[in-house]
Ligand binder design. Structure first.
Ligand SMILES: Cc1ncc(C[n+]2csc(CCOP(=O)(O)OP(=O)(O)O)c2C)c(N)n1
Ligand SMILES: [Mg+2]
Length: 320
């Protein structure tokens, strides 16, 4: 049964009941892609401050993973957090307002692109810095017997951070319900993985006796099935696991800092998750998703832009 009419009624990205629907998975990835494209354009136009790290090319990871989590599960993201947030069910309006520094933003306009919080979603721009926090949250959930699991997202470059290994060690020792997601997009800023990561990624988890699922794919359905197995394992066994996803980012690391050979980027274009999954939809369905996403983002950005900035006087309690 196609549920996309239902998805349209409740708003894209919100209704977890229809997340497994092919249309909804496509719409979630498209929402991320168009949101990030819009952001990059706004930066170029000088309308946004700070920095941003676009998720373009990696959409299948977030869409696939959050299609199999429970609404109450806890997610810890990193500097490249917008895609995770939108797939988690976050509102593009609140995120756009946050990026514009508006009072109506997710955290009052003070977190910007990398430091956001909504419900059980947290992000932090310090590479690896949030991983021990995520392990602590998993310990808390286990103690409270909530049956909620924790997911923490890292990149290949973050495999160089010691805090990650301390967290793997304690998660294995104390049997914590946490899924460590490694999104290997083959680069850490400008450093290719060959120059930054020795040995193998699954080998790092194996050293701590932690089970892993590994996929070299940008097909959202393949990500979804691996994520479902890993999530079910963590929830059922209350043990940590690793989900290693080899992907590729099409956009620059941040706004324009790209030293990669354009021919290399071009060679990955056939891995575009929207192309791969879009082939499962009709042209009419793809057009419908495009129209719905476009309308939603136009409304979100217009509303965010017209919102007021926070009153600087409300900063006082934080600064004093
Ligand atoms: C502790 C720390 N060191 C350096 C940085 C600057 N920095 C931000 S992102 C990044 C690269 C991260 O690479 P990776 O983990 O592969 O994630 P990706 O950007 O590829 O998604 C660096 C060096 C940082 N945010 N935190
Ligand atoms: Mg990387």
């Amino acid at each position: 049964m196609s549920n996309h009419a239902d998805a349209a009624k409740v708003g894209l990205g919100y209704n977890r009941r229809v997340m497994n629907d092919n249309f909804q998975l496509y719409a979630t990835m498209l929402l991320i892609r168009r949101f990030e494209e819009r952001l990059l354009a706004e930066f170029t136009a000088g309308k946004l401050f700070g920095t941003t790290h676009a998720y373009i090319g990696q959409e299948a990871d977030a869409a696939g993973i959050f299609s199999v989590t429970h609404p109450d599960d806890i997610a810890f993201s990193n500097h490249r957090c917008h895609g995770h947030f939108l797939a988690y069910g976050g509102d593009p309006y609140s995120l756009a307002a946050e990026l514009m520094g508006k009072a109506s933003g997710l955290v009052g306009g003070r977190g910007g692109s990398q430091h956001i919080h909504w419900r059980n979603f947290y992000s932090n721009g310090v590479q690896g810095g949030i991983v021990p926090v995520a392990a602590g949250m998993a310990l808390a959930e286990k103690a409270r017997q909530t049956n909620q699991i924790v997911l923490v997202f890292t990149g290949d470059g973050t495999l160089g951070e010691g805090a990650l290994y301390e967290s793997l060690n304690i998660a294995a020792l104390w049997s914590l319900p946490i899924l460590f997601v490694v999104e290997n997009n083959r680069y850490a800023q400008t450093t290719p993985i060959e120059l930054g990561v020795a040995g193998s990624i699954p080998g790092r988890f194996a050293a701590f006796g932690i089970r892993t699922w590994e996929r070299e794919t940008t097909d959202v359905l393949e990500v979804q099935s691996a994520a479902a197995e890993a999530v079910n394992y963590v929830r059922g066994s209350l043990r940590p696991a690793g989900l290693i996803l080899h992907t590729y980012r099409f956009s620059a690391h941040s706004k324009g800092d790209d030293v990669r050979d354009p021919a290399e980027i071009e060679s990955y274009k056939e891995m575009d998750p929207l192309l791969i999954h879009g082939a499962r939809l009709s042209a009419a369905e793809r057009d419908q998703a495009e129209a719905e996403v476009s309308a939603r983002l136009t409304g979100a950005f217009a509303r965010a832009e017209s919102d007021p900035f926070p009153d600087p006087r409300t900063l006082k309690p934080i600064l004093s």
